[in-house]
Design a protein around this ligand. Structure first.
Ligand SMILES: Cc1cc2nc3c(=O)[nH]c(=O)nc-3n(C[C@H](O)[C@H](O)[C@H](O)COP(=O)(O)OP(=O)(O)OC[C@H]3O[C@@H](n4cnc5c(N)ncnc54)[C@H](O)[C@@H]3O)c2cc1C
Length: 458
């Protein structure tokens, strides 16, 4: 054990490696319901060469290796289930290049979402990237590794769809580039090559360590507004979404529903973010949105809600800090959700099923739905906050999560960034040839099975 510690120290320097109990304690757990398990070492590499040396060492010694960004995934995917090394990527936080004409940024995988956001605001105020509502320390690498989504996803899809290419350290220690940068100095697209990038997106670090990401950037409009459309019947929501997305004018479309605060209880609130470069453009977009939903207003089945300025301010924020505040509504720092990726028409069924499960399990809940693509699918988050110090509360949340995962799969949805028990449920449901292909790809890339073991095991 001492040899490994010394070898790691020789690679990154003594101050960036630890096997001290107080640090292992922190890296053993996250905010979700998965049981903790400590790593044997924590290491913070500063360069791709250091990552490569660590990967080679882990491979030689057969030590599990778990990459970690912000550690905010909530579903236990950075908990080292079999011990070994946690590779904390936060020191790899350089913004390498912004191409303002072809609109992409090349960043190291440990760059935080908030860091990239403020860098662009300062140096390229007409450009932005799609930001998740996660706390700003979530990393770009960690987010694309789980197919995240954010405030531009309604227009442009999952964050993994916005990746032009990657630099990855393979479990063999080779440094590999995917996308145009594998054959060009420019990181402009994944096409027209065979798409190797997909071998590392959605795999939870089981196929390699992402060290650089080329991310698409988008024009940034000068003003932002948000409209809130309220209905009381979940059966209307798929049509509301259809009408809103049909205008192709909304930027981010969320549907919120929760029993608390009182003003939200019993309603489905569709929040539509609009952006514009002039008041004229904004007025036009607002008018189009009102026109799209006028039928509901005429029939007295729905209406736009007035938002007091202090409340509106919350909904205009990117990321929305109210989401993080809600995560701790029970106090005690526990929060996890089933983020089900599903067809939009499943909203009413998912809504009713979530209310029923929360009632049965006696948990607090909220539903936050993000429309992805022009209503091509949605991420339906069934969120259950809990108090980590209260065992019974944790068990209630665990039960609710388990039942929700099962209900989602029954409805034809797929749990996103699924915790290990839910991964097993997905794998069981999977077409056997797809399951075997996953096994073959993993065995080819990681024959010793050291990369984030326990995850996506077929
Ligand atoms: C309040 C709140 C709101 C949230 N809202 C959103 C949201 O709107 N959209 C959204 O997408 N998510 C959201 N999340 C979920 C999550 O926090 C984010 O997806 C976050 O971006 C994950 O990034 P991370 O750096 O914390 O990843 P981590 O938790 O560190 O890692 C996630 C996974 O990726 C792997 N990984 C990490 N880095 C690498 C790497 N360099 N190479 C290979 N694999 C790697 C890890 O092993 C793990 O399997 C939210 C979370 C909270 C707490």
């Amino acid at each position: 054990m001492d040899n490994i510690l010394q070898s790691l120290a020789a690679i990154v320097g003594e101050q960036y490696v630890s096997n001290r109990q107080e640090e292992l304690y922190l890296y053993a757990r996250d905010q979700g319901t998965m049981d903790p398990h400590p790593p044997d070492y924590v290491v913070l590499p500063g360069t791709v060469e250091e990552v490569r040396e660590i990967v080679l060492l882990a491979g030689r010694e057969g030590i599990p290796l778990v990459p970690m960004g912000g550690g905010l995934v909530l579903s236990g995917l950075t908990i080292p289930l079999r011990g070994g090394i946690v590779l904390d990527m936060k020191r790899m936080n350089k913004i390498i290049e912004v191409n303002p004409v072809s609109r992409y940024a090349v960043v190291e995988a440990g760059v935080a979402q908030g860091q990239l956001q403020s860098y662009l605001e300062r140096h390229h105020p007409r450009l932005r990237h799609s930001i998740p509502d996660a706390p700003p320390m979530a990393t770009v690498g960690g987010n694309v590794a789980i197919h995240g989504s954010g405030h531009l996803s309604q227009a442009y899809g999952f964050h993994s769809d916005m990746v032009n290419g990657l630099e990855v350290v393979l479990p063999s220690g080779e440094i590999c580039h995917t996308g145009s940068c594998s054959a060009s100095p420019y990181w402009f697209a994944r096409s027209p090559l065979p798409d190797l990038t997909g071998l590392f997106l959605g795999w939870f670090g089981t196929t390699g360590i992402i060290t650089k990401v080329a991310l698409k950037l988008y024009p940034k409009k000068k003003m932002k507004d948000v409209l809130m459309f309220v209905t009381e019947n979940p059966d209307y929501v798929p049509d509301v979404i259809y009408r809103v997305t049909e205008t192709e004018m909304a930027e981010d479309v969320l549907v919120l529903s929760a029993p608390k605060p009182d003003w939200m209880a019993g309603f489905q609130i569709t929040s539509v973010a609009l952006t514009a470069d002039s008041q004229l453009e904004m007025d036009f977009k607002r008018k189009m949105m009102r026109q799209a939903l006028a039928g509901y207003i005429d029939d007295r089945e729905g209406g736009f809600m007035f938002l007091a300025p202090n409340l509106k301010k919350n909904f205009l924020e990117t990321p929305q800090r109210s989401v993080a505040r809600y995560a701790d509504v029970n106090k005690g720092g526990g929060f996890e959700y089933v983020g089900a990726i599903m067809p939009v028409e499943k909203f009413p069924q998912a809504y009713r099923s979530g209310v029923e499960i929360a009632g049965k399990c006696g948990t607090t809940y909220s539903f936050i739905v993000r429309i992805i693509g022009r209503a091509h699918c949605m991420m339906f988050a069934f969120a259950y906050p809990f108090n980590r110090a209260d065992k019974e509360d944790v068990q209630r949340a665990q039960k609710a999560l388990h039942e929700t995962n099962a209900a989602v799969l029954d409805m034809g949805g797929i749990p996103w960034k699924a915790e290990v028990p839910a991964q097993r449920m997905i794998i069981e449901k999977m077409d056997p040839s797809a399951r075997q292909l996953i096994g073959r790809v993993k065995a080819m890339l990681d024959p010793r099975g050291i990369m984030n073991p326990g995850n996506w095991e077929v």
